[in-house]
Design a protein around this ligand. Sequence first.
Ligand code: PCA
Length: 330
Amino acid sequence: MNVSKNIAAGIAGLSSTLILSGAAFAVTWDMPTPYPDKTFHTQNIIEFAKEVEKKSGGELKIKVHSAGSLFKHAEIKNAVRGGQVPIGEFFLSRISNENPIFGADSQPFFATNYDQAEKLWQVQKPIVVRLFDKEGMIPLFSVSWPPQNLYTRQEIKTVNDLKGLKFRAYNATQETLARELGAAPTAVEVPDIPQAFATGRVEAMMTSPSTGANSKSWDFVNYYSDIQAWLPKNVVVVNKRAFRKLDKKTQQVVLDAAAEAEKRGWEMSRAETVAKTKILEENGMKMVHPSAELMTGLKKIGDKMILDWQKDAGPDGKKLVEEYRKLTAE
Ligand code: PCA
């Protein structure tokens, strides 16, 4: 047998393997998210995925599985942590039971407008990065929801009017708030809101104009009190091992697209506040500017909750509050 022919055949075989493995480098990431497609967070993530695919020249595709269709909201964080999926989105303060720092943005009447929420994220982010790093994850970007307002059947004039109501709760902080108000908290995910009201599982909720409008809240409540209690965030995290498997160039594409998505998401959120408040009004919700009495009652509970939160959050919490106060005093 001719040796050189053999070598040539070997090389030909080798190069076809290379071509094949080159093609195999094109990766698809499944990405579970908790909220429906029309939610602005989901829209922003779809845009992020498109950008990653385009800028990576098709090397990395991100397939978005919205509305808890691949993993339920409660499972998304651990699915990313355990590497079942490389990337996912969830409501950051949903995991405040793991560390109170994750719940900083959901403390009643702590950061109550976009400027404050942005400053809070600035001081919260380094700690969140460190906490996720310990669990083998990197937070890629985080976007705020619009301010959280109150949806009820009857007009709420004082905190006493909330006593005894079945209150939807989306995290531990809302559960505490509901209990402090003498209401009964029940956990309900966004896609289940209309059903929960229809069947009487809940009678009141606090959420953004986005979620209120998207779930057609005028079908089951009448009053919208503009209390602007806090601005909670969603976060998109990536599994560190999955991220490191990407070549350096693709890693950079992901990071750049994430920075863009964070910027775009906050802008979308601000625009959403105006647009969705209008939709609520157009559909007959009675828009109520809260009474001073209601606000005083709510803030009194908020003050107590923030003190408790600071105690729970230890040195990180103390540092966060100090830095936040410094930033907001400027
Ligand atoms: N909508 C989501 C989270 C915060 C918000 O405005 C919800 O109601 O669950």
